[in-house]
Design a binder for this molecule. Structure first.
Ligand SMILES: [Zn+2]
Ligand SMILES: [Zn+2]
Length: 77
């Protein structure tokens, strides 16, 4: 049985996520997001939408990007 690499849960419906050539195994999206999603450089929350990338930093929304001095950030919809 595959085992979730984050919480170690042994679950028959675990799934694989391929990211940057590396395969990860998780039992739930919660674990996958916790392990793989980038964190907002301003508020620290996990970015599970498109987010905003600026100069190598990730933000969850235009508000956080603007608060951190990114000019002209807009939510991608
Ligand atoms: Zn897990
Ligand atoms: Zn944020």
């Amino acid at each position: 049985m595959p085992v979730c690499e984050l919480c170690g849960n042994d679950y028959d419906k675990a799934f694989e996520v391929k990211m940057a050539g590396k395969t990860h195994i998780f039992d739930s999206f919660e674990c996958a997001i916790h392990a793989l999603a980038p964190a907002c450089a301003h508020c620290g929350c996990k970015i599970i939408g498109h987010g905003i990338e600026s100069a190598g930093r990730f933000f969850c929304c235009a508000h956080c990007a603007a608060e951190s001095g990114v000019k002209g950030a807009r939510d991608r919809v």
